[in-house]
Design a binder for this molecule. Structure first.
Ligand SMILES: NC(=O)c1ccc[n+]([C@@H]2O[C@H](COP(=O)([O-])OP(=O)(O)OC[C@H]3O[C@@H](n4cnc5c(N)ncnc54)[C@H](O)[C@@H]3O)[C@@H](O)[C@H]2O)c1
Length: 433
């Protein structure tokens, strides 16, 4: 079956649901496809790209979200996994087996994402290494798929811009895009965001966001001989993950962007590598993110044993919340609520937005958080103060940051023209000025 056939059949079934609900006088948003007192079954075709830890987790969170929605809203949704893709085909087959996907629909290699898209899913879940996300995301949106994709959304400025453009296309097409930034789907964070927006605390004057923990990931030099050694332990290669400021700390930077309602205008920072011998990442970063209005957020992250650990965000506000404060802004997820796990809520909110035809589009949010992390990373690597404008917005400024593309790129994996990185080959502040 072709991709277009799939799209047509799923549009047809959606129209049938809506007709059924209109006949029964059901209220869209509460129970969109209840007819004669019975929920009409709706089956979503799902596919997964990137069948590792988080990919398998996302698939099981998706199934849990369906249970949650059926129970909470009396819906009758099911999911059928129609295809899986991974660089290593064996991993795609392994995941596929657990969900009854025929082996012929489990794909491997650099172009696995194209075959997954052609299998005709309604929704694609993406948990491949970040370097591939812009290209895979753009292809999925062009093909008219709803997307759940993991953070970060890119590893370099061209990748960030590509995700923002594809997100805009998704908006025009009415597609839903939810990112794996769980905090945006948790009740507590949403409550706080609304209070801040509605003025409970006055202005944010400054803050600190952190992801400091012990060492993780392999620390045995890999000495890569080919792409398998990049796609396997991808986390330790800057070209694949964007370094841990981008891969992991992006969660906390996203909160600063969200609560401040914008992105940083510049960054200056420090970082280095002391204990790692594998890959080419730094061990730590300490970055001053400058936001509009002279607001400074200290972004710090470290993956080093026997040091202070902290994962979270703290802000200094202009004032305390008045005791009788009542927010005016409604909770965006009031109608669907929150599962106790943010990981599950992401999928519940995604499905809810598709069914009620109120698309959620988080592409720009996660792209901006990723961009802020890249800005901080490059400030630390280079020892320079870098502005958002010169890195993401103004090619005419002839900045070397605007076109900074890490190689190998996603396209290089498809053409096979791969220049391999080396263990310990890191960038030194001041060297490139
Ligand atoms: N939101 C969260 O809390 C959270 C937690 C963990 C990981 N993540 C993110 O999820 C993503 C995956 O992380 P993970 O922990 O599952 O890593 P993982 O290594 O367990 O899984 C990644 C999978 O992608 C596969 N892969 C590599 N190249 C590919 C390609 N070109 N096409 C398709 N698949 C390819 C790998 O073989 C592997 O199976 C990362 O972006 C990571 O940052 C998010």
């Amino acid at each position: 079956m072709t991709r277009n056939d799939e799209t047509r059949s799923s549009d047809q079934s959606r129209r049938d649901f809506l007709k059924a609900s209109a006949a029964a006088g059901a209220v869209l948003g509460a129970a969109p496809f209840v007819t004669h007192g019975q929920a009409v079954k709706r089956v979503f075709k799902i596919a997964l790209i990137g069948c590792g830890g988080r990919g398998n987790g996302a698939l099981s969170d998706h199934m849990e979200a369906i249970k949650y929605l059926n129970q909470k809203l009396g819906w009758n949704i099911e999911a059928q996994v129609v295809a899986t893709g991974d660089w290593f085909r064996g991993k795609a087959v392994g995941t596929g087996k657990r969900y009854g996907v025929p082996e012929s629909q489990c794909f491997g290699g650099a172009d696995c994402y194209k075959k997954v898209i052609e299998a005709g899913p309604d929704i694609i879940l993406m948990a491949q290494p970040p370097v591939f996300r812009p290209v895979h995301f753009e292809a999925a949106i062009k093909a008219g798929k709803h997307v759940f994709f993991e953070k970060p959304s890119a590893v370099d400025p061209p990748g960030v811009r590509r995700v923002i453009a594809a997100g805009e296309l998704a908006r025009q097409k009415g597609l839903s895009v939810v990112a794996g930034t769980q905090r945006r789907h948790e009740a507590g964070y949403n409550r706080r965001a609304i209070e801040i927006k509605d003025g409970a605390y006055g202005r944010i004057l400054g803050g600190r966001v952190s992801w400091c923990q012990g060492s993780i990931f392999t620390n045995t030099p890999v000495n890569p001989k080919g792409p398998d050694q990049l796609c396997g332990p991808w986390q330790i290669w800057v070209e694949m993950s964007g370094d841990h400021i981008c891969e992991q700390h992006v969660h906390n930077i996203d909160i600063a962007n969200w609560f401040l309602g914008t992105h940083p205008v510049a960054a200056v920072g420090f970082g280095y590598r002391i204990k790692r011998v594998a890959g080419n990442m730094y061990d730590f970063f300490s970055v001053d993110l400058e936001y509009p209005g002279n607001v400074h957020i200290h972004s710090m992250c470290r993956q080093q044993d026997k040091c202070w650990t902290s994962v979270g965000e703290t802000f200094t506000f202009e004032k305390n919340k008045p005791g009788d404060f009542k927010p005016q802004t409604p909770d965006p997820y009031e109608a669907v609520g929150y599962h106790s796990s943010g990981y599950v809520s992401e999928h519940a909110h995604l499905l809810w937005s598709i069914i009620t035809e109120k698309p959620i589009n988080e592409a720009q949010n996660v792209a901006w958080a990723t961009a802020a992390a890249i800005l901080g990373r490059e400030a630390a690597y280079s020892g320079q103060r870098i502005t958002w404008e010169e890195m993401f917005e103004k090619p005419d400024k002839k900045s070397r940051w605007y076109d900074l593309q890490l190689r190998p790129s996603a396209e290089d994996f498809e053409t096979g023209q791969i220049v391999l990185p080396k263990d310990g080959d890191i960038r030194y502040p001041g060297k490139e000025a």
